[in-house]
Design a protein around this ligand. Structure first.
Ligand code: XMP
Length: 514
């Protein structure tokens, strides 16, 4: 590694990932580890500093996570955020007190003293507080650096030892200058070079992949989604024709999607791409299935079977490329986080075939989603691919309620294409909506067109706004846009006589209908 690294120690905060993302936005590489990660593992990264995250615990609670000696013994700069600050104060002999009232929400921070930690920042800052305990007195040799109405000591520091603590959360968007504060710590205090840029990320990943795979071949299941597309472009840059990509068209893609993937990767980028049209097999397997979970399982199994068959035709391949991204890695390493209840079985294209032996190549393993997109852009992938909204692995099978037939899929594709086209024209496909699509319902209703009676199916439009897809609100699309989409669908798509708009948030509904 040729970049400087800041380690975030996760004490169970909801926003530990955000801390690392903000540090990276400041151009400095950052990784997250559970607070009790062994010393050797942390120091192997040759970090330039540590950030201690917040926590749901109070430092006085039995079983509260502690500050391991090796963090301070390393002599490296440390920044404690919220619980992290209280932990520093508690460990170093300051006074932490349980506050009567929990302080939660916006606060005005008044900076005391002028030092590199606050460089470039105004003397009063809007910050976000969320804490119960607070610092009554800083440890010996520490000075108070800021206060707010409710926190007489809202920041502390020992500039000589380069140890700092802040009571507020610089990582959340409610602290508008938060990234500058984290940048000050990483760059001015820790001395990191802010050179973690997409170009550098690409160079490092390319070098790592070349070293890992040597002259072996790598197999990749390309779905056309953001992650697998960026993996394809990166691996192609690294190893050229040693990458063999298989693109399975299961007939459940949106209008024009299969062609776009083949045009982009095979024609423009010259990838060694094997397109497989498996539509008939998938539709045959789905025949008569209407239960949502059964559909998901059917598509998943069929996918693996097809992928295995195509892979066998390609002969012995040592490696399998995967689009694992950093949040997946952190989730699987995180302590004390019971697995959330499975609401729907998720199927991801490119999933590991059951009885084949591969070593994995995971070039996006250390990247957050926004970094994946920026790397994709830097690699020259088309904008509509890089900024594509998420699309479920089982594809239109879970948006075509009732039985999945070719005729109904075509109806759904036509309606969906109209919605997307109108949103794109209105500039609402990127940002204004996080995900927008049409759903075909097996519900027929009476309509009138010209002098005739119609009795066609129903199209439901779904558009949501969300940051994380765990919760979502329905998008308040302009009424005239909805009117245009509705009129066009009923006029242009045969056998649809009604269009409705889904106004349910998540929870209680999910984003997809199945
Ligand atoms: P739900 O419907 O659970 O969807 O609210 C949350 C997000 O996940 C996407 N989704 C999937 N993505 N494989 C995927 O890769 C799947 O099986 C799958 N099912 C849902 C959904 O589109 C939304 O963005």
């Amino acid at each position: 590694m040729t970049h400087d690294t800041i380690i975030v120690l996760d004490y169970g905060s909801q926003t530990a990932q955000l801390i690392a993302r903000r540090v990276r936005e400041a151009g400095v590489y950052s990784e997250i580890f559970p607070w009790d990660t062994p010393k050797e593992q942390l120091l192997a990264l040759e970090p330039k500093g540590f950030i201690l995250s917040g926590s749901p615990f109070s430092v006085y609670e039995p079983g509260a996570p502690t500050l391991r000696r090796h963090v301070l013994d390393s002599g490296l700069p440390v920044l404690g955020i919220c619980y992290g600050m209280q932990l520093l104060a508690h460990t170093l002999g300051g006074k932490v007190a349980a506050s009567q009232a929990r302080e939660y929400g916006p606060a005005s921070l008044i900076i005391d003293g002028n030092m590199p930690f606050w460089a470039g920042l105004p003397s009063t800052l809007d910050v976000w507080m969320s804490h119960g305990d607070r610092i009554e007195a800083p440890p010996p040799d520490f000075v108070p650096l800021a206060h707010s109405d409710n926190s007489p000591v809202a920041a502390i520091g020992n500039p000589e030892r380069k140890i700092y603590g802040i009571q507020f959360h610089p990582e959340v968007s409610h602290t508008p200058r938060g990234t500058d504060i984290l940048a000050n710590f990483a760059v001015r205090i820790c001395g990191c070079k802010p050179d973690w840029t997409p170009g550098k990320v690409i160079d490092e990943i390319v070098a790592q992949v070349r070293e890992q795979v040597g002259s072996e071949r790598v197999l990749l299941g390309l779905s056309g989604g953001v992650d697998s597309s960026v993996v394809a472009a990166l691996l192609h840059r690294a190893i050229g024709d040693q990458l063999v990509s298989v693109f399975i068209d299961h007939g459940l893609l949106r209008q024009g999607e299969a062609k776009q993937v083949i045009d982009t990767f095979k024609r423009s980028m010259g990838l060694n791409l094997v397109p497989v049209n498996a539509t008939e097999e998938f539709l045959e397997a789905l025949e008569g299935i209407t239960d949502p979970e059964d559909k998901r399982k059917c598509v998943g199994e069929q996918f693996i079977r097809t992928f295995e068959r195509e892979a066998r035709k390609l002969g012995e391949i040592a490696y399998l490329g995967q689009g694992t991204i950093y949040p997946d890695v952190i989730e699987s390493a995180a302590p004390d986080r019971p697995n959330a209840q499975r609401i729907k079985s998720h199927h991801n294209v490119g999933g590991l075939p059951i009885d084949m032996q591969f070593d994995l190549v995971e070039p996006l393993r250390y990247l957050f989603k926004d970094e994946v997109r920026r790397v994709g852009e830097a690699l020259g992938l088309p904008e509509e691919l890089v900024w594509r909204q998420p699309f479920p692995g089982p594809g239109l099978a879970v948006r075509c309620l009732g039985e999945v037939t070719w005729e109904r899929l075509e109806r759904l594709r036509a309606a969906d294409a109209i919605l997307l086209e109108e949103l794109r024209t209105a500039g609402m496909l990127r940002g204004e909506t996080s995900q927008a699509f049409a759903v075909l319902l097996p519900v027929r209703s009476v309509g009138v067109m010209g002098d005739g009676r119609t009795y066609g199916e129903t199209v439901a439009l779904r558009a949501v706004v969300t940051d994380d897809f765990m919760t979502a609100d329905w998008a308040r699309l302009p009424a005239d846009l909805l009117a245009r989409v509705s009129a066009r669908i009923v006029n242009e798509v045969a056998n649809v006589s009604r269009v409705v708009y889904d106004i349910t948030s998540k929870p209680p509904a999910t984003i997809e209908w199945e």
